[in-house]
Design a protein around this ligand. Structure first.
Ligand SMILES: Nc1nc2c(ncn2[C@@H]2O[C@H](COP(=O)(O)OP(=O)(O)O)[C@@H](O)[C@H]2O)c(=O)[nH]1
Ligand SMILES: [Mg+2]
Length: 372
């Protein structure tokens, strides 16, 4: 198949080769991808997008492999995008992952690929967003994105995923290093992997303590508004949680954690902290239960919509900024910039008038382009 054979129809019909081709076009920013992406637009919005993030070596790929197996057992079609900002187009670290996930290779309900771009800053983020939309329209029920994080990553998984799983492990030197202040804002489900190693229980306690402190201090967290909305729902009819996706489970598995009975805080809820041994599969079912419980809570409260709205608004802003940047990289723009710089140096105009002139010129160009 060559690129010209890549059509929205083929992608939608579940043709994995067409999806793969299209994602390659996305990686190299091929302008002809846009027509296909536009044609796919109407069919998106159904997949549950799950981000798996955490430090390198935490076991994210091993976990992802096991998550795929578990989700398949639940009858779901699953796509995985492994994003490795450290290996532009070489797939270095991804190679091992590919071998690890080989067992899914013959399962046409599973699609796995790595994603890399040669491009500039922000390119990976754009590519990841576009790839998710392709796989969503291709009918995968779950789209999992694995990437290293947090903070140093170019891919802002929080802006792409409905549900973010933050993976931690014992023995990271200063144990909790990777999930220090600020990072609490990004996790929906917390996973302590390598529970077969010493110190896992301590990491769990530390994460829980950090989450409790954040809630007690009224710190900005990703989960508090969701929990509040859900408890309001629960209060409305005085019955059980509206989102009980895992009815058989005890308080352990129901995305519902009373952390402490602090004075004035009878319902101090924090997100689930799940321990796993990805290598053996221990704890994986529970992790999937929690991920799905989170999705159900998002859907029941209307937060799925508002989260996606916020994410898309952010992505649109990024997209617009990138358009402006590429406009400025054109030769004509460079010349105009140099010209303006001269005027500023010669004290003909000041720096801010130069900026205004530039903005004016760009608006005019854009208007000329769009009305042409
Ligand atoms: N002991 C132990 N090792 C694990 C576990 N999960 C993954 N590993 C190992 O940790 C290493 C890094 O795993 P990988 O999935 O590549 O981590 P990633 O960089 O976060 O994707 C590999 O050698 C895995 O076999 C676990 O639960 N326990
Ligand atoms: Mg990995």
């Amino acid at each position: 198949m060559d690129d010209s054979a890549v059509s929205a129809e083929r992608v939608r019909s579940g043709d994995a080769r067409a999806a793969a081709r299209l994602i390659s076009m996305i990686e190299r920013e091929d302008p002809s991808r846009l027509a296909v992406l536009k044609a796919l637009h109407a069919y998106g919005g159904k997949a549950h997008v799950v981000g798996i993030t955490g430090p390198p070596g935490a076991g994210k790929s091993t976990l992802t492999d096991k998550l795929v197996g578990d989700l398949r057992g639940r009858g779901r079609r699953v796509a995985v995008i492994a994003v490795d900002p450290s290996s532009p187009f070489t797939g270095g670290a991804i190679l091992g992952d590919r071998i690890r996930m080989q067992r899914h290779a013959t399962d046409d309900g599973v699609y796995i690929r790595s994603l890399a771009t040669r491009g500039h800053l922000g390119g990976l983020s754009r590519a990841a967003g576009e790839a998710v939309r392709v796989l969503d329209a291709a009918g995968y029920d779950d789209v999992i994105i694995e990437t290293v994080g947090v903070g140093q990553s170019e891919v802002d998984i929080v802006r792409i995923a409905d549900t973010v799983v933050l993976v931690s492990v014992p023995g990271l030197g200063d144990d909790i290093q990777a999930i220090k202040a600020g990072v609490m804002e990004i996790g929906d489900v917390f996973c302590v992997n390598k529970a077969d190693k010493d110190g896992a229980e301590r990491v769990v306690r530390e994460i829980r303590a950090m989450l409790e402190t954040a809630v007690l201090n009224g710190a900005a967290t990703r989960f508090t508004p969701l929990f509040e909305a859900r408890s309001a729902l629960r209060g409305a009819d005085g019955s059980a949680p509206a989102a009980t996706p895992n009815p058989g489970s005890t308080e352990q598995g129901a995305f519902h954690h009373i952390a402490a009975q602090a004075p004035g805080h009878p319902n101090l809820e924090i997100p689930p902290v799940v321990t796993t041994v990805a290598e053996t599969g221990e704890g994986i079912a529970r992790l999937v239960d929690e991920i799905k419980a989170h999705e159900a809570a998002l859907a029941a409260t209307g937060f799925l919509r508002s989260r996606r709205e916020a994410n898309l608004a952010w992505e649109l802003g990024r997209g617009a900024a990138q358009r402006v940047l590429s406009e400025l990289e054109r030769d004509e723009s460079r010349e105009a910039l140099t010209e303006l710089a001269r005027s500023v140096l010669d004290r003909d105009i000041d720096y801010y008038d130069a900026l205004d002139a530039l903005e004016d010129a760009m608006t005019r160009t854009r208007r000329a382009v769009t009305t042409a």
